[in-house]
Design a binder for this molecule. Structure first.
Ligand code: HAM
Length: 416
């Protein structure tokens, strides 16, 4: 029987892993620069958390969750997104009350039963950041800057930052009625998906990718023209601050996001290098979410970005992610006693933080030498019958082929 990986998943093979390590190290570096702390939550949660936090009418909760009953009869869901679990942990752990401001990040697998295509997986890895406890416009700006810094350090420059404000809940409710009134005239012309969304998730019609829908919504009333004075000013302040900092962005009324918790600013980083799944990352404010999950009112803003998409765009930009780290020394041992000596010497180098390798296949000198060349090591250390008699191996420098005799316990002193 042949086994295949489940549809929409991927294996990250050794030849690709250095890209992942690179992006992960950039994320750790940049989150450090912005003073974010990592938070890790379980891979699965009780299903109700997502129903309550993300919204039952959203695609994520309505169609895409991996939900099952466990043996105890509890409904469990593999996390499709990170914000609701972080809020749950935030409330449950009590860190909520410890200080006024929390800057948290995560890097973890997410699961969504979507139709797989380029850049869209059923398990993807997401880097996300959340700032809790402040509604300062600088929290929106800081997350946008942090994501931008990660992209730039991964060699990505061809993206646009698209911004919108979907206002406070009552402003949004009011706008949705205006939008519905406008769309009523065009209901017959909308795609089947958008027709379905008309009653339950009207805003999402604005981000439909169907050309026919877009033609209709091009002339639809814009939410930014229907915000209250405070929300309008807040949004203008975010846009102006980004401009002052020299960050280019554009206002796009289609950035309504697919999750129910958003309020005020919403944003997406889009890249033409991603094709139809063009969102490199996205996020926004969610000032009502914590209250909705049972906490005291607490402002929040966050974003998420798929690592797979970062790698796709970085590669299309010709980014090389640096070279994988090779071992420095390869031990060539030509008999059983030599193997024991080589193994001890290798262990001693490893204890001193020097990467090295030995032959584990009992191969010939030639084959071991080929392996060393393939690995791109700086030195080989050769031990055969003569070397055991002399108690000295041959240390060969691979860059100039020079070689010297070195005692078994003095390899470290003679390299680098
Ligand atoms: P989201 O827009 O659903 O937001 O996902 C964030 C990012 O995750 C997307 O822009 C994309 O890069 C990546 N992503 C999502 N689904 C897939 C998939 N099936 N395959 C590959 N990549 C994918 C959220 O999840 C929010 N929790 C973000 C957030 C945090 N908002 C506030 N805080």
């Amino acid at each position: 029987m042949n086994f295949r990986k489940p549809k929409g998943t991927k294996d990250i093979l050794p030849k690709e892993i250095s890209k992942w390590h690179f992006v992960e190290s950039v994320i750790r570096e940049v989150t450090g620069l912005f003073n974010f702390s990592e938070i890790r939550t379980p891979t699965f949660e009780y299903t109700d958390l997502f129903k309550r936090g993300v919204g039952t009418e959203t695609d994520i909760v309505g169609k895409e969750m991996y939900t099952f009953l466990d043996k105890g009869g509890d409904s469990i869901t593999l996390k499709p997104e990170g914000t609701a679990p972080v809020m749950r942990a935030f409330l449950e752990s009590g860190i909520y009350g410890e200080q006024n401001l929390h800057k948290l990040y995560y890097l973890t697998s997410m699961f969504r039963y979507e139709k797989p295509q380029a850049g869209r997986y059923r398990e993807h890895t997401q880097f996300g950041g959340e700032i809790l406890g402040s509604d300062s416009i600088y929290t929106d700006v800081e997350l946008i800057l942090m994501a931008k810094e990660v992209y730039n350090r991964c060699g990505i420059s061809n993206f646009k930052i698209k911004l919108n404000s979907i206002g406070k809940p009552d402003e949004r409710r009011n706008y949705i009625e205006i939008l519905k009134e406008y769309l009523k005239e065009h209901l017959d012309e909308l795609s089947e998906e958008s027709k379905k969304r008309y009653e339950t998730n009207t805003l999402r019609i604005l981000d439909s990718k169907e050309l026919g829908d877009r033609k209709i919504t091009d002339s639809a009333p814009k939410i930014t023209d229907h915000l209250g004075i405070e929300s309008k000013k807040r949004f203008d302040d975010v846009v102006n601050e980004l401009t002052r900092l020299g960050i280019e962005s554009e206002i796009d009324f289609r950035i309504v996001r697919g999750l129910d918790y958003y309020t005020d600013t919403t944003f997406e980083f889009v890249s033409s290098d991603l094709g139809s799944q063009d969102a490199l990352g996205g996020g926004g404010r969610y000032d009502g979410l914590i209250e909705q999950l049972g906490g005291k009112p607490c402002a929040g803003v966050g974003f998420g970005s798929g690592i797979e998409r970062i790698i796709i765009v970085a590669e299309k930009n010709g980014f090389t992610f640096g070279m994988p780290k090779n071992p420095i020394v390869y031990f060539i041992a030509l008999n059983d006693d030599a193997k024991k000596i080589a193994y001890s010497a290798a262990l001693s180098l490893r204890n001193n933080n020097i990467a090295c390798d030995t032959d584990l296949l009992n191969r010939s000198f030639k084959a071991q030498m080929r392996d060393a060349n393939k690995l791109g090591v700086k030195y080989v250390y050769i031990i055969g019958d003569d070397e055991i008699k002399k108690q000295k191996g041959i240390l060969k420098n691979m860059s100039d082929s020079s070689q010297i005799e070195v005692s078994f316990d003095k390899v470290r002193e003679n390299i680098l």
